[in-house]
Design a protein around this ligand. Structure first.
Ligand code: 6CS
Length: 372
């Protein structure tokens, strides 16, 4: 998946677009030289801005055929249909523009309008989102997680943090259980002793695996396959659909499911862009986003189930599910990492952690009551 040349071309193209767009505000001297009147220049600028805002560039941290791609394609078709084709959504899959952190920079400087930004990378810039990388915080029940993660109060806690970084949080999207892949089963912290596990790039993830005795190695997504192939890392962690489509399983013998965390991504827009959209466009995005919560949840479950079958059918990879007793040992070992999260994220982090834990508990109780 390492396609540096393609990335470079894409990046240069978008940076050039951002530069030109930035320059258009101060472009009077060029227009003057061409002898245009002020009225003509204003009209040109208006038209240029209209054209610009009619194409929404949507960048993914995942390749074609992924959960993020499914989301983007559905979002595209709903937006284009509801605007009668006035808006075109252009989707840029992973491999065309850059790493996750670079995509966030492109959002911030207006070179793309919408992008996924996973907390496993974004917590570098917004430590509070690191909560979504902590183990055993969310529920074992995906319906509970879906409800909690689409709760407006939870959004409200994160939105100012995104705004401070020139981002607009649009959605929090669970993409399925994280699964450990390795050359052996990882049933206990002893199995993790000195195990070189690739993690996403935020420091809080490193702490999660140090707590198990592992030797965590933060690496961009595009370098994981070669890292496994060259033996620079012993294993990695990702949802099943990603392990299949990125071919990680080809280099690994065992997949261990501890159901310790869901892979969560966030969907974000450039704040400046979003705030300057007409109100009806903002409402349209929010409406489409709200209506896609169940849709993407079903899609990710389908993808993860199907792709596990693909891996198992191919042979050569063992599937191990930890028992409740084995999970309890990891649960206990993960508890101190919450303290590190709080040190990194301060009072706001505490408020977020308390709110999410409380909402998970309440939703679990409500769902248990409605089942009985
Ligand atoms: O492991 C990663 O870095 C990535 N994993 C997924 C499933 N999506 C994007 C993210 O960057």
């Amino acid at each position: 998946m390492n396609q540096p040349r393609q990335w470079l071309t894409g990046l240069i193209m978008l940076l050039a677009m951002a530069f030109l767009y930035g320059c258009s505000d101060g472009g009077e001297s060029t227009s003057d030289q061409e002898g245009q009147s002020q009225e003509e220049m204003d009209r040109d600028e208006e038209l240029a801005q209209e054209r610009e805002s009619d194409t929404w560039r949507f960048a993914l941290e995942e390749v074609e055929g992924s959960v993020q791609d499914a989301y983007a394609q559905e979002f595209k078709s709903r937006i284009e249909e509801r605007t009668d084709g006035e808006v075109t959504v252009e989707v840029y899959p992973y491999g065309t523009l850059g790493t996750s952190s670079q995509l966030t920079e492109l959002l911030q400087n207006g070179a793309v309008e919408i992008a996924f930004a996973s907390p496993g990378h974004l917590a570098d810039a917004i430590p509070e989102v690191g909560i979504f990388t902590l183990h055993f915080v969310l529920s074992e029940n995906p319906d509970v997680n879906r409800q909690v993660l689409s709760d407006p109060e939870v959004y409200g806690l994160f939105q100012p943090l995104y705004n401070e970084k020139d981002l607009q949080l649009l959605s929090i999207v669970p993409e399925g259980w994280m699964v450990w892949s390795g050359d052996k089963a990882l049933r206990s912290p002893e199995d993790f002793e000195d195990f070189k596990i690739r993690t996403m790039t935020s420091p809080i993830l490193v702490e999660s695996y140090k707590a198990y005795g592992a030797n965590p190695t933060p690496t961009p997504y595009s370098e994981v396959y070669s890292g496994l192939q060259l033996g620079q890392i012993d294993g990695q962690v990702n949802p099943i659909f990603a392990i299949e489509e990125m071919s990680f399983y080809e280099e690994q013998d065992v997949l261990t499911s501890a159901r310790h965390a869901q892979f969560i991504s966030t969907l974000a827009a450039g704040n400046n862009w979003f705030e300057n959209l007409p109100e009806e466009r903002q409402e349209l995005i929010e409406d489409v986003r709200d209506n896609m919560v169940s849709w993407i949840d079903e899609k990710q479950r389908e993808y993860n189930e199907e792709r596990l079958q693909v891996i198992l059918d191919e042979g050569g990879t063992e599937w191990v599910e930890l028992t409740e007793e084995e999970r309890d040992v990891f649960r206990e070992a993960s508890k101190d990492v919450r303290q590190i999260y709080l040190e990194q994220s301060g009072e706001k982090g505490q408020e977020i952690l308390d709110t999410i834990l409380e909402k998970v508990e309440t939703a679990e109780e409500e769902m248990a009551d409605s089942d009985s």
